[in-house]
Design a protein around this ligand. Structure first.
Ligand SMILES: [Zn+2]
Length: 441
């Protein structure tokens, strides 16, 4: 059905083939990653080059580097202005299709010796491989290439269809964005449509619990000694799924994996259909009655705001983080705990502003050096802003605006001004004073 619709679209309107990644990736027991990716699609304008990002190289150039580029049998030259960016020379006329094959390799560091959050790292029982391939930069009249900063999230990407073959060391299994299928011992295939990025985790000796809610299959993976935390993660996610589905509409993917892994400097990280959470929290979840559920409520909400409705996470991080944080409040609200969360956001916003008085809710990631005040201002402050807007608009109009925002920007990258315009349009009362108070002139 999809293919037929697409052919019609190509024939009638000149709309091209969607962006697609066909990849073959292998991981050796000592953490050597080798891969080949064929990236194909349609150029929306006259291109002289294709710009790809290698995000793990921001931490260390040895983590991921390009080793070859070609189209068919023809080798393509490339330049690399910084380790995270390669521009592959390949003229494509507007409306023309392209198919470029990239070879790459990298050394996955041990979690203990690695840098960053641990989203490109290996430990005795988990190897996390996020953004572990060249990702085509979004085109918006020019290539969107934002700096890869050591705080916040760096990835700015268009959704694409993925088909990925994976080979892992003996005794390890794969959990990934999309749908995983074990073809043979050590060999997997992962397929997914409309994935904003592809991420995979390779596990050894993990336990799994599953639940189904709102037609979504949820799987919680955890080390066997974290079983009660793994079950609690599953329960929070199931309840949050119900809360969000009721207000925003169905979860964008048929399945969702939760995986406990070592992380540092982040409690959770979101990928399409995949949530990573710091395993340390699983051991003390009962002592963390607010923060533990907040991790899963937050990362689940990113499936709507980030995975489905994309954001420029570097230029306008508030768009997905404020919406996500506010949506996570719906989980607590459903359990009669909204006052607790509002208090948490208020304390966080005040602390953030005192740490970084110059920055605002709508500031770019670069305005928060070292992450100073980032969570407090953008996440908590952004959620308080949306709460004030909801109070002015009323529930019906406010949630209608969010659903419209979702429908209009599904699988695209949404600008913040479009969210504000929709809120304005749906609001029965003027919002300008709230916009000015919270977001500035
Ligand atoms: Zn977030």
């Amino acid at each position: 059905m999809r293919a037929l619709a697409l052919l019609l679209a190509v024939g009638l309107a000149g709309v091209g083939a969607p962006l697609r990644y066909e990849m073959a990736l292998s991981l050796s027991p000592d953490g050597l990653l080798q891969g080949e990716a064929t990236v194909s699609g349609t150029a929306p304008a006259d291109w002289t080059e294709l710009v790809f990002r290698l995000y793990p190289a921001a931490l260390d150039p040895s983590y991921l580097r390009l080793t070859g580029a070609r189209t068919g049998d023809q080798e393509l030259p490339w330049t690399s202005p910084d380790p995270t960016t390669v521009a592959v020379s390949h003229p494509v006329p507007a409306g023309g299709t392209f198919s470029v094959t990239l070879e790459f390799s990298g050394q996955v560091p041990s979690f203990a010796q690695g840098k960053g959050y641990g989203t490109f790292a290996r430990s005795a029982s988990a190897v996390v491989l996020a953004q572990a391939y060249p990702i085509l930069a979004p085109w918006n009249g020019s290539w969107t290439v934002r700096p890869a900063l050591p705080w916040g999230d760096s990835t700015v990407a268009e959704v694409a269809d993925y088909s990925v073959g994976l080979v892992v060391p003996p005794g390890w299994t794969v959990v990934a964005t999309g749908r995983e299928e074990e073809l043979a011992p050590r060999a997997y295939r992962v397929v997914g449509e409309n994935l904003r990025e592809f991420a995979w985790v390779v596990l050894r000796g993990y336990a799994v619990q599953t639940a189904s809610a709102c037609e979504v299959e949820v799987r919680s993976y955890f080390p066997p000694d974290r079983a009660s935390g793994g079950a609690a993660a599953l329960e929070v996610t199931r309840d949050a799924l119900r809360a969000y589905t009721e207000v925003l509409g169905p979860h964008p993917f048929p399945e969702l994996d939760l995986v406990a892994v070592p992380l540092r400097g982040a409690a959770g990280v979101e990928y399409p259909g995949l949530i990573l959470a710091g395993e340390g929290y699983y051991g003390r979840y009962s002592q963390d009655p607010l923060f533990f559920p907040m991790i899963f409520a937050h990362e689940l909400a990113h499936q709507w705001w980030y995975a489905e409705v994309g954001a420029d996470q570097v230029g306008e991080p508030w768009v997905d983080e404020a919406l996500t944080t506010y949506t996570s409040g719906l989980y607590f609200e459903r359990a009669g705990r909204l006052p607790e969360v509002l208090q948490y956001w208020e304390a966080g916003y005040a602390a953030g502003r005192s740490r970084n008085p110059e920055a605002r809710i709508t500031s770019p990631l670069s305005a928060f050096p070292g992450g100073a005040g980032y969570g407090g201002i953008v996440y908590s402050g952004g959620a308080l802003f949306l709460h004030a807007v909801r109070g002015r608009m009323g529930d019906e109009a406010f949630f209608r605006a969010l659903r419209r925002f979702r429908a209009e920007f599904r699988w695209r990258i949404a600008p913040g001004k479009a969210l504000l315009a929709l809120l304005r349009e749906e609001s029965p009362a003027a919002l300008e004073d709230l916009f000015e108070t919270w977001l500035g002139p």
